[in-house]
Design a protein around this ligand. Structure first.
Ligand SMILES: Nc1ncnc2c1ncn2[C@@H]1O[C@H](COP(=O)(O)OP(=O)(O)OP(=O)(O)O)[C@@H](O)[C@H]1O
Ligand SMILES: [Zn+2]
Length: 795
């Protein structure tokens, strides 16, 4: 007798259970990789992913049968599974955790309970612990049944008792046979890809926001609801206007024409762009794996090069993925791809609901989409025949996920194209030094755009020594030079961008009498001042309290504020230039979807000065900006991280690059470290110069790219337990030939949210051997420790 065997991975909460199990496929059932099934496991039935195609096998009486195949689209395809396996291997996590990155939450079915009353309400006296309110609620309001979520949140139920009481009562009713508990599988539905469209309606509407929304929709004929959100209109406003009938909302299937026209921007490529486009075309046509580093200065028109490369892939019948650091931050970039590829592109931005995202995902799997643009996770988009992955701003740290699975989307892109014989393009004005060093060493081609695409040169940069400024009596946020330059721009109706990589108004307060600095009770860090809310806030856990009038420790007063943040800078501009329109953009002013776009639009329309954190450093392309000021350029230069200088250089280069894109502009960099290479070379737009100095230093100090690096972290509530654990986990790696263990040491912020954090770094030239050692000797130790988590980060 022969049977058909299927390997499945049970979908259990305990990540430690990570073995694929074999089951027998019942006659007549068909499954494929990525399908979701239910299988018996011990006494239970659980969900499981199919992780391999069915294969014939000798009959084995011990094989249990798959109970059912859950209807719905597969959660992943063979490519997705292969990438997950690669991630599990490369980043030392379980396959189940790796699949967590590949599979959309909406694809995972759940069982849901439904409580359905039977017949008439029971005699309440029969039950000791069943509140009468609950019985009344069930039998009056929920005759057709209710899920526990809805029921437990119902105000009437909450009045009847707390969660535990209610659950116990429900149990009692079920046991007595008066209430049915029906368990059903809530599965992911196959949806046609739909969008919600807004059109203008007949009814009039009043109100500034509502009128603006109607005008916005009218201007474009019709508008996707998600685009309206992205444009800064709130959900509430949209709903109100639709309800009033001033707009009509309808759901529409996206019928995609696979061969819809491609509309590239009308301008001619520059000579450099033409050369770059030809290099990419050659790589694409070769149909073998390759990667290219596109190093183009700010404003050199990298996007235009990407568009041409994608058009070529589409013309040859292939597909492409574009990764961007964060869609909300780059509305301009996403819009350029939509303008070029129309319905053939799906932009997976944060304004989509889970449902819409899932629909787009499925449309991609059905072959109805040719280009996916999105953040990190778009690298897993289930598109067939992907021949090109573009990574825009490839040096950005947001491509690395900092929760499990701790993967690097750039590395995943590389692996995906290696498997598919495709091309990876890493675009940046400030390439990651690792990539640059490898390209320089001839490992892959380096394509350069050294001029801006428009006629303007890169802006002249002035470095202002704030130490000298302070010495000569100016203790203000702005140097004389910067204050004068801002005044000059305001007078000429040109625009200024001011960058400071801290939010809030002051970095901390200090008591002049006793030197006390208020700290977060849950984290080992000082509290940041937010004057406009009159609060001290922790930027790690969001703890907050009022700003003290007098020192809490010695009672003297008043306390003094030190250091500046975005809010302080904006206040200072308003103080100096009361008539200027100041727009502040940081994570405090952009808590909702669409806030970015709204603030940027305001700045473009009527703003004089845009003040912001690193959010304003990237991608912005505003012709009227002719001055950029980096208010405190060295703020992050001295943090304990070997990439600190590289990051500062990159941020300064990017932010200065916002200036003078359409007419002559300049940048002013304020710093206490005017001699530091990161600042000197950024002010000269000299990437190669910086890279040479920094790489020499990295080589001398044995940092990447000259070694490989793994970080092991221990996190838990008890400091003693964390210290003991990290020492124990470091032990098997210490003294091993070829591994250099640094630490253990506390993280720069040693305690966050009441948890202590210690780490070691391991440097090696033999990463594969280090992975094997961690897997064999450290992970099992970590499994045995309660109350301390291990995190593994492979650089
Ligand atoms: N060949 C061209 N002719 C005219 N304008 C162009 C050309 N190529 C690009 N541009 C324009 O130049 C500007 C800068 O292009 P883009 O934003 O793509 O630059 P970038 O290299 O991505 O810059 P950054 O790194 O600063 O984001 C855009 O406004 C774009 O429309
Ligand atoms: Zn805190």
């Amino acid at each position: 007798m022969s049977a058909t065997r299927v390997d499945v991975l049970p979908h259990l909460k305990t990540a430690r259970f990570d073995r694929a199990l074999s089951y027998r496929l019942p006659d007549g059932m068909r499954v494929q990789t990525g399908d979701i099934v239910r299988v018996p496991l011990g006494p239970r039935t659980v969900f499981a992913y199919v992780v391999g195609e069915p294969k014939p096998a000798a009959d084995d009486a011990s094989l249990r049968e798959i109970a059912e195949r859950v209807d719905g689209p597969r959660a992943f395809d063979a490519d997705g599974l292969a990438l997950a396996r690669w991630i599990a291997d490369a980043y030392l996590c379980s396959l189940r955790e790796a699949l967590g990155a590949v599979v959309l939450a909406a694809a995972i079915p759940r069982t849901v309970d439904r409580f359905v009353p039977r017949g008439d309400p029971p005699e309440i006296a029969r039950f000791k612990h069943v509140p009468e309110r609950l019985v009344r609620l069930l039998w009056n309001d929920f005759r057709d049944g209710v899920g526990p979520d809805v029921l437990l949140r119902h105000p009437e139920a909450r009045r009847a008792g707390d969660r535990a009481t209610l659950l116990r009562a429900l149990d009692a009713l079920v046991r007595a046979g008066v209430l049915d508990r029906r368990r059903t599988v809530a599965q992911a539905r196959v949806g046609t890809a739909t969008v919600r469209i807004l059109r203008t309606g007949a009814a009039p509407i009043r109100g500034k926001k509502a009128e603006a929304l109607v005008a916005h929709v009218a201007a474009s004929g019709e508008l996707r609801r998600s685009d309206a959100l992205l444009a800064g209109f709130s959900d509430a406003v949209i709903r109100r206007v639709v309800l009033a009938g001033a707009l009509v909302e309808e759901q529409r299937d996206i019928r995609r024409e696979r061969h819809a026209r491609v509309a590239l921007p009308p301008y001619q490529p520059t000579d450099e762009q033409r050369e770059a486009i030809a290099r990419l075309a050659g790589a694409i046509d070769a149909r073998t794996f390759s990667q290219l580093l596109l190093h183009g200065v700010t404003g050199s028109g990298k996007t235009f090069v990407y568009l041409h490369a994608i058009a070529r892939v589409l013309a040859r019948g292939g597909r492409a993925i574009v990764l961007v650091p964060e869609i909300a931050l780059t509305p301009q970039t996403a819009a350029r791809f939509e303008a070029a590829f129309g319905d053939r592109v799906a932009v997976l931005h944060s304004a989509l609901s889970d449902r819409e995202r899932f629909d787009a995902w499925q449309a991609a799997a059905r072959g109805e989409i040719d280009v996916v643009v999105g953040a990190r996770s778009a690298v897993f988009a289930p598109l067939g025949d992907v021949r090109l992955i573009v990574v825009d701003e490839a040096h950005e740290s947001s491509y690395r996920q900092d929760s499990t699975p701790r993967y690097d989307a750039v590395a995943v892109a590389r692996e995906r194209m290696r498997r598919a014989n495709g091309v990876v393009v890493l675009g940046s004005a400030t390439p990651a030094l690792e990539d640059y060093a490898r390209a320089k060493a001839g490992r892959f081609p380096l394509v350069r755009l050294v001029h801006r695409a428009t006629a303007q040169p890169l802006p002249a940069v002035r470095v202002v020594d704030m130490g000298a400024e302070f010495g000569s009596g100016n203790r203000r946020v702005f140097s004389t030079a910067l204050a004068e330059a801002i005044a000059d721009r305001i007078a000429r109706s040109e625009k200024t961008v001011l960058f400071i990589n801290r939010r809030g108004s002051a970095r901390f307060v200090l008591c002049r009498a006793c030197g006390e600095v208020p700290e977060c009770p849950r984290c080992s860090t000082s509290l940041t001042v937010h004057r406009s809310e009159n609060l001290l806030r922790c930027h790690w856990c969001d703890f907050q309290r009022a700003i003290p009038e007098v020192c809490a420790s010695c009672g003297a007063g008043p306390v003094r504020e030190f250091g500046a943040g975005t809010q302080r800078v904006a206040d200072e501009v308003e103080r100096l230039f009361p008539d200027a329109v100041v727009v502040r953009m940081d994570s405090d002013t952009t808590t909702r979807v669409g806030d970015h776009a709204r603030l940027l639009e305001r700045f473009a329309d009527e703003g004089d000065v845009l003040v912001g954190t690193q959010m304003v450093a990237k991608g912005l392309d505003f012709p009227q900006v002719t001055l950029v000021g980096a208010v405190a350029a060295d703020l992050d230069l001295h943090v304990a991280d070997f990439r600190a200088a590289e990051r500062t250089f990159a941020l300064l280069t990017q932010v200065c690059g916002r200036s003078g894109r359409a007419r002559a502009g300049e940048a002013i960099v304020q710093t206490y470290a005017p001699e530091h290479p990161a600042i000197v070379y950024a002010s000269k737009h000299d990437y190669d110069g910086f890279a040479a100095v920094e790489l020499r230093e990295r080589r001398a100090l044995h940092w990447p790219p000259f070694t490989k690096l793994a970080m092991l972290g221990a996190i838990g509530r008890s400091r003693r337990a964390v210290e003991t654990a990290i020492a124990r986990w470091a032990a098997p790696l210490r003294g091993v030939d070829g591994f250099e263990v640094l630490g253990p040491a506390p993280y720069p912020v040693a305690r966050v949210n009441d948890e202590w954090r210690y780490r070691i770094a391991v440097r090696t030239k033999a990463l594969e051997r280090l992975r094997a050692a961690i897997r064999a000797d450290v992970l099992p130790l970590a499994d045995a420790v309660e109350g301390v988590r291990l995190t593994v980060t492979i650089e």
